[in-house]
Design a protein around this ligand. Structure first.
Ligand SMILES: Nc1ncnc2c1ncn2[C@@H]1O[C@H](COP(=O)(O)OP(=O)(O)O)[C@@H](O)[C@H]1O
Ligand SMILES: [Mg+2]
Length: 274
């Protein structure tokens, strides 16, 4: 049960009628191996800015691996080998001259379990700025205003403004995940990758994080892995269905769920609801 070819969509998303969006991420014939195990097979896909694209599919199908390829975090595993191209904002990120630090500033990531650093809320938000601001000093006033802006953006300012020096790890899980989104913002990323960002949260937390992500989407390219079909339906504009390391179908979300092009997609969707 493997697809002979991967699909990408030619039509603009229903959210941007009449406008042909520029591309944000273009993957061409991309394959990835962990040692001798091939986890991704000849992936080609185009991902647009200004919308949320979900990666869905059964556990182990390669969603996390593909997502992590977009900021080269997979390379932490050491035995990873790839072929093909991934072009983000016009540059092949696999080229030898690419700075991984600058790639990760442009392509931020939010993980399954919130992972704030065990330092203050304030220092979590400015950590990236301090790390990336190579030579020039950033003034305290500038840092303060970045912290306030980022925390306001994720609706965490009111809850934290009087305790910015408290440890971030003392926040609730939902607040920690908001903080993990907030700390990306001062770096002005173009792409935000999210790997099951709500999987550690309760129903209320899920709803609020989904609202937050939806509010951010117009200014970023957001790619989100989810195992939750309801979430993919509610929160994403386009969906990519993966199976055994291949892309089976990439469609506007409503089409993928209600009018799938591929039999395999239909089987997956029906299996979930049947
Ligand atoms: N670091 C790794 N080393 C070896 N194999 C891995 C590693 N990470 C993932 N895999 C394998 O790659 C495949 C895809 O995994 P993953 O991308 O995590 O899938 P998903 O996120 O869809 O559940 C699975 O077969 C998994 O066991
Ligand atoms: Mg995964």
């Amino acid at each position: 049960m493997t697809a002979s070819s991967s699909r990408s969509i030619e039509n603009p998303s229903p959210n941007s009628p009449g406008k042909v969006p520029e591309l944000s991420i273009r993957v061409q014939n991309f394959s990835l191996w962990y040692g001798t195990f091939q986890a991704l097979h000849n992936i080609s896909v185009r991902i647009k800015p200004g919308i949320i694209t979900s990666l869905i599919g059964p556990s182990g199908c390669g969603k996390t691996t593909l997502l992590r390829s977009f900021n080269r975090i997979n390379e932490r595993y050491g035995n990873v080998k790839t072929t093909g191209d991934i072009t983000i904002l016009g540059k092949n990120i696999l080229d030898e001259d690419v700075s991984v630090a600058s790639l990760r500033r442009n392509v931020g990531m939010v993980f399954q379990r919130p992972n704030p650093l065990p330092i203050s809320i304030y220092e979590n938000v400015v950590f990236g700025l301090r790390t990336h601001a190579e030579k020039h000093e950033i003034t305290r006033t500038e840092l303060d205003s970045q912290v306030e802006a980022a925390l306001r953006e994720v609706e965490l300012w009111d809850a934290t403004k009087d305790k910015l020096k408290s440890k971030a790890t003392e926040l609730t899980l939902e607040q920690q995940q908001k903080l993990c989104i907030a700390r990306l913002l001062p770096l002005k990323p173009r792409v935000i990758l999210m790997d099951e960002p709500c999987s550690a949260l309760d129903a209320d937390g899920i709803e609020r994080i989904e609202e937050l992500i939806t509010g951010l989407k117009e200014r970023f390219t957001i790619v989100m892995v989810t195992h939750n079909m309801g979430q993919a339906k509610r929160a994403s504009d386009e969906c990519i269905y993966m199976y055994l390391g291949e892309i089976i179908e990439h469609s506007p979300t409503a089409d993928l769920f209600f009018n799938p092009k591929e039999e395999q997609t239909a089987m997956y969707i029906e299996g979930r609801y049947g």
